[in-house]
Design a protein around this ligand. Structure first.
Ligand code: AGP
Length: 371
């Protein structure tokens, strides 16, 4: 009913708008007054975490994209090797697991059969199991040694939005917490990141306030057949997520690429008028940033119509952007929290312009309880 949707036409719109709150709720009670993290509820002891020598993340769909971003955070802050695998593929390969391997399964619903089967497979090989889950009392937490809940609140729309942002918060907390208990060389940075995480709800709110140009562009693209998404580093999984949202909701061919791979094939797809969304890393990461700016020039020279998502005030991309969306300046690893939001709005608006019900896309179920 309209009341359940809080005055929005779709649950998805409501859930997109709820993201600042969802992010804040997922941080709540986990950061002490001294800036140190407490994740006791996780039920995996600090001693056990110190013994971990490898992390494997398993998940499906959007949750898998959160896992891909987690890899960057875990390797950097926690200093541990980390692999990310689609849950449906994981159990059919001969992954090398041991009691000092931590397997993290990410699932909004906690009922995704592929994720549950991956967890059972890991348990047989005696790995430690941690779930990241949004639904209290669902199956996944019961099958794991420990769980860290996201506090997104109920997500009704089939396309994941607020659950994804809170999964990112959860993986950042885990990476930073492992860094804290292991005492990695990034001590000061870890402390600074925790402070910054607390400011992320207001940054996400700022993004939401500036979405009109994204909506306008989305409406103008309703007649297109294909949209490409490019990103580097954590911007690459964000590109994959932007493409998945568009497939699910607008039933359009959409693909995400690592910008560095352009020359290895995808650049052949670029033709006059093709819409390409590009996620630009912060200027502080000069090498990454400059490489993507030259990628934008390359595709623009071949006629692409560019939607560029970059840090506010990043004038270097202006000459190559048909539409430029500024997002608040945040460190590279946290940037997906602000760059994903315009892509959600983009897909939602484009699908609505095509007349689709964004809450109930065709052929999809909210949780996939079969393999
Ligand atoms: C997201 O928009 C999708 N509907 C889908 O990819 C989803 O993320 C996937 O099925 C995993 O679901 P889960 O997080 O509940 O395990």
């Amino acid at each position: 009913s309209a009341a359940e949707k809080g005055g929005y036409d779709y649950f998805m719109l409501k859930e997109i708008a709820e993201q600042p709150r969802a992010v804040a709720d997922t941080l709540l009670g986990r950061i002490g007054a001294d800036g140190r993290l407490t994740l006791d509820e996780m039920r995996i002891s600090d001693q056990e975490l110190r013994e971990v020598d490898k992390i494997i993340i398993v998940a499906c769909g959007t949750s898998y994209h959160a896992g891909l971003i987690a890899k960057y955070a875990i390797e950097h802050w926690a200093g541990l090797p980390c692999e990310v695998e689609l849950a449906s593929e994981f159990r059919y390969r001969d992954a090398i697991l041991s009691p000092t391997t931590l397997v993290i399964a990410i699932s909004q619903s906690g009922e995704t059969m592929d994720a549950l089967m991956a967890v059972r497979h890991a348990r047989e090989q005696k790995a430690k199991l941690l779930g990241i889950c949004n639904v209290n009392g669902s199956t996944l937490p019961r099958e794991c040694d420990g769980v860290l809940y996201t506090h997104a609140g109920p997500e009704i729309a089939v396309a994941s939005t607020k659950a994804f942002l809170t999964q990112l918060v959860a993986v950042y907390l885990i990476a930073l917490y492992i860094a804290q208990v292991r005492g990695t060389k990034w001590g000061d940075e870890v402390f600074a990141m925790v402070q910054l995480l607390e400011r992320m709800p207001e940054k996400v709110e700022k993004v939401l306030e500036t979405m009109e140009p994204v909506r306008e562009l989305a409406r103008s693209l309703a007649g297109e057949r294909c949209v490409l998404f490019l990103g580097r580093h954590v911007g690459f999984p964000v590109a994959l997520e932007g493409a998945l949202k568009l497939k699910e909701l607008a039933y359009m061919h959409a693909e995400g690429f690592a910008a560095g791979e352009l020359k290895h094939g995808p650049i052949a797809l670029i033709e006059s008028g093709l819409p390409v969304v590009v996620i630009v890393p912060p200027r502080a990461r000069a090498v990454l940033h400059d490489k993507i700016v030259s990628n934008i020039q390359e595709i623009r020279a071949r006629g692409a119509r560019t939607l560029v998502i970059a840090e506010e005030g990043d004038t270097s991309v202006e000459p190559y952007a048909d539409t430029l969306i500024g997002v608040p300046a945040v460190p590279t690893l946290l940037q997906p929290l602000v760059t994903t939001v315009p892509l959600q709005v983009f897909a939602c608006e484009l699908a609505t312009a095509k007349g689709h019900d964004v809450d109930q896309p065709r052929n999809l179920a909210k949780s996939v309880t079969v393999e």
